[in-house]
Structure formats: C-alpha cells, structure tokens
Ligand binder design. Structure first.
Ligand code: GAP
Length: 505
C-alpha cells in the first residue's frame, strides 16, 4: 500500500490524523483517535510486558519531560544533537542535507562531515526540492531540541527531552537506593520525546513530537551474564558495517553464537535476539522483512560504542526503515552526569566492586511501529466465501494488539439490538473490550471491522434468540461458526494473551 493510501485509511477510520487539521495541519504533529490510541497503548503494554519480563530488576518509571539546561549540557545534546540544514535562498525551504544527498544517490550520507556534505552538494549541483532552484545555502548544524523559558522571570532555560533515556540516567542514583543495589538494573520509560526536525515527513516516521519506549540497562561490563543458550536457535538477519563497506546490501541469517565469535559481546547479542523475538512474536512482523543494520563509527550517535538499527522493509516507504535500535553507550551517560551534577554515580556492587555502570539501551519508536503494523499487516484481498463475495481491505493485526478485540453485530437493530448489547457487556465485564455495530448492512459492518483489524465479529440473529448461539466470524479466514453465547468470552480469551519472553513457543 502506498503511504498516501495508508494514511487516508487511517484518517477515514479515525486511527490518526494531522494535528490542528482545521488550521491546515502542523508539520510533524499528529493526533491519535480512539482506535489508533487503543493500538498504541497495546503496543506500549506489549513492549513493557516483554522487556520488563527479562529481569525482576527492571522497572518502569515516569520522569519529567522537561530537562534543565545543565542536564542537556552534560549529556552533550546542547553541543552535538544537530542535523545539517540547508536553506533555499529563493523559497526559504529548509532541508536536511544528508536526506537530500541520499535522494541524489549518495549512500550513508548520515555520517559525513560538514565539509564533505558541502562538497557533495556543490559537485552534484543539487536543487531545492521545493522550487527546483539551484540556490541552496552552505550546510550548517541545526540543534534539534526545543527550548522553553523556565520559571516566572524566564531567565532559566529548559528543554523538551529529545529522548526519554535522559530521565533514566537522572533517576539512576535514586533507583539504586530504592532498589536491590545490584547490577544489572534496568529503567524503562515510555513517553514523549520532542525534536524540531528540519524536514518532518513520511507521517509517523519523522515527527516533531513522538513516543519512544526505551529501556536503559545499567551493568558492570565485567559481570553481565546472559542466558545466550535460550536464543541459540535463532537466525538473526544481520548486515555488518564491514559488509556494507564492501558494498553488500543483503542481511545474512547469523546464529547468535557466530556473532559472539565475531567479537560482539554476548550481552549485546542476547538483547539483539530478544528484540528480534519481540518483533517477530509480538508484533508478528515477517522475519524476512526485518534486518539489523550495523552503523559504522561515523554514522553512530556521539554516545554509542556499538549500534545496530532494527529496520523493517516497508512497502509504503519504499524499503527498509529504522523501527528501533540497540545501543551500547558504555559509561558515557553516567560519566557525563557525574561530571555535570557533581554527584558520583559510581556504585559498589554486592561483590565489592566499585564501578561506574555501563549502559545498554534498547530503544523503540512507538509511532513508527504503529505505522509499520499498518504497512505490514494491512492488505487488499479478493472476494471471499459465498455470501461475502466483496473484495476487501483487511488489517490482520495480531489479535492481542487489536484496538477492538470483539464487535457484536445485531442483524436487525430493533429485534437483535438488546441481546447484542448484553453480549458486548458480558465481554467487557470479563475485561475484553467489545463494541456493538448497529449501522449499515451486515456486509458493510464486516468491511469496517476488517479495516479496523477487529479479529472477531459476533453476529446476533433470529437463531440467537431461539437457541442462544451466535455466529463467530474469523477476520482472517472469513469463516463463520455458530457457538453458544454462554462462555464465549472465556473461549476467545486466549487469543488476546500477550506473548511473554520466557515462553519458548
Ligand atoms: N535514546 C536513543 C535515541 O533516541 P534515536 O535513534 O534517535 O535514539 C530512537 O531514536 C527511536 O526513536 C528510533 O529508532 C525511532 O524509532 C524513534 N524516532 C526517532 N526520531 C523520530 C522521529 N522524528 N519521529 C518518530 N520516531 C522517531
């Protein structure tokens, strides 16, 4: 599906739409409607369930979204969190220099130095993408953080956090005291991050306000042991930096033990594997649409020692796009905040070792994955079984993520409506959200629920009133079977269980 088609469907069904739409929209800002929000929350819940399930010493916290200036100075964001911007001197459109170069055939432009970018822009005589004039300024670094006046007199500055991670570093000392005083200690945050992106685009891919789910694992590099044998049978699609340098573009299925033998730390490989399991088992992305792309030294963020992006191959955006990542940040973060705050963040572990903990960061873009769930699970299908001969658009979301698990559809509003309402209530009482669809023909109601990804439609008809059974329609196969209403919530419940990391199946 094209990006415009997917976005049109999302708007039409109230999944999400441009923010301030009645004013023509605000670039890089989007509002979620009820079904989009329900999906987003389930994705967040699934992420928390999976990654906090890796250890009983991993916790979810909710730190402030505003960061005092001293924090972003210490973290390096004030100095380094910038993209190269070029501005058209004719129409004043700002563009990201690396994105322009990549559109004109330069690979890996993200890691180039300002002089290299400048030279390439001139050599390729790249025009303004908006007005077509060859009038681009020299590239200059543009800091992506939003700053705000802080306090009544406005003399202090604060910044909207550019990543949720910082709150975990700021909370480490407190959580060390509160927790069991042992490493590894994990702090997860799910919440908004803000970046004044130069050229927001591709809907949920480059937003100015977006949701991240990030887990910071603080550990002692001498003693971070992981159960690598639990993931030994996986084949991880990996494209290493040196292979990219040789011009290779395809990921190779690689066993975790081979990645360790090639020099990656076992703790790093284990968490790559857990990310892969999450993407394939919880989000149910096909394994052959995923890859781990290793960033080289120039491309990595200033704080990273090892960096693989987890990318999904998204037809709507024309290829592989970053959906999450695994960053080994070393002792950069606690080191910088120790210096910046004057508080020594090193700790003494149970074994008596005095150590400044290192950080392994698992990062996940919630909005990007809402988009990817649309891209990878929505499709058009031809006519189905007799009685459902229409072609349809169907969103085959995993049932455990579906915004509406169950829709109850009375065949006739007046005659069957009250029974339908009572059945929906019995689901809600059992903790399973259920709606009642009353308007339009039954075919149109199925079509609507298919587009919204509702896995089960229950139809109430004359037979229901006679014998207490309903038809249960499976979204994916369109097959219908009659079942008693009695006990139906319990019968369907297992379909909505969230997969957990400790289950091997
Ligand atoms: N704490 C590390 C960090 O923030 P990042 O690669 O800059 O790393 C992490 O961002 C994730 O956040 C990305 O993998 C992506 O999924 C998401 N993300 C980053 N910038 C985004 C944007 N402008 N719009 C939507 N999602 C974004």
């Amino acid at each position: 599906m094209l990006a415009e088609e997917l976005f049109a469907l999302f708007k039409r069904r109230g999944v999400l739409w441009p923010s301030a739409e009645i004013y023509g929209g605000a670039q890089g800002l989007y509002d979620y409607g009820p079904s989009g929000l329900a999906l987003k929350r389930k994705v967040e819940e699934a992420w928390v369930g999976w990654f906090l399930g890796l250890s009983s010493d991993y916790y979810l916290i909710d730190p402030a979204e505003l960061l005092p200036e001293a924090v972003v100075r210490a973290s390096g964001h004030l100095e380094n969190f910038a993209d190269l911007e070029v501005v058209c001197e004719k129409c004043h459109t700002a563009s990201r220099a690396d994105a322009l170069l990549e559109e004109h055939g330069v690979t890996n432009a993200e890691g180039l130095r300002v002089e290299e970018v400048s030279a390439l822009l001139a050599e390729k005589a790249i025009p303004c993408p908006r007005c077509g004039e060859r009038a681009l300024s020299v590239p200059r670094p543009f800091n992506l953080m939003f700053s705000v006046e802080f306090g009544a007199v406005g003399r202090e500055r604060a910044y909207l956090r550019p990543e949720t991670a910082q709150g975990s570093y700021l909370s480490f000392a407190r959580m060390w005291e509160v927790g069991r005083k042992q490493l590894p200690l994990g702090l997860a945050v799910v919440g908004k991050a803000f970046r004044n992106e130069i050229a927001p685009r591709q809907v949920l891919f480059r937003m100015r306000e977006f949701t991240q789910a990030e887990l910071q694992i603080f550990f002692d590099p001498e003693s971070f042991s992981v159960p690598l044998e639990k993931v030994k049978d996986l084949s991880l699609p990996v494209l290493r930096a040196e292979a990219r340098a040789r011009g290779e573009t395809e990921a190779t299925g690689t066993a975790p033990s081979d990645l360790v033998a090639a020099g990656l730390p076992a703790f790093y490989v284990y968490h790559l594997a857990q990310e892969f399991r999450f993407f394939t088992r919880v989000l149910r992305y096909p394994a052959d649409r995923l890859r781990f792309l290793e960033k080289n030294e120039k491309e990595r963020a200033f704080y990273n020692r090892i960096h693989f992006d987890l990318e999904g191959d998204l037809p709507s955006l024309g290829g592989f796009r970053e959906l999450g990542a695994l960053h080994y940040r070393g002792d950069y973060d606690l080191g910088r905040h120790s210096q910046g705050s004057g508080t020594d963040l090193s700790v003494t572990t149970a074994t008596g070792r005095h150590v400044l903990p290192h950080v392994l960061e698992l990062t996940f873009g919630v909005d990007r994955n809402v988009w990817a769930l649309g891209d990878l699970h929505l499709s058009r299908e031809g006519p189905g079984t007799p009685g459902e001969e229409e072609a349809r658009t169907v969103w085959k979301l995993p049932a455990h993520l579906a915004p509406t698990p169950v829709a109850v559809l009375p065949l006739m509003r007046k005659e069957h409506g009250p029974t339908a309402e009572a059945l929906a209530l019995s689901f809600r009482e059992a903790g399973i959200p259920a709606t009642v669809g009353l308007t339009a023909s039954i075919g149109k109601r199925y079509a609507r629920e298919d587009e919204l990804g509702t896995p089960f439609c229950l139809t109430v008809d004359a037979t229901t009133l006679a014998d207490g059974t309903v038809t249960v329609r499976d979204r994916d196969t369109r097959k219908q079977e009659r079942r008693p209403m009695e006990g139906l919530p319990e019968h369907l419940r297992p379909a909505f269980f969230l997969p957990r990391p400790w289950k091997t199946a």
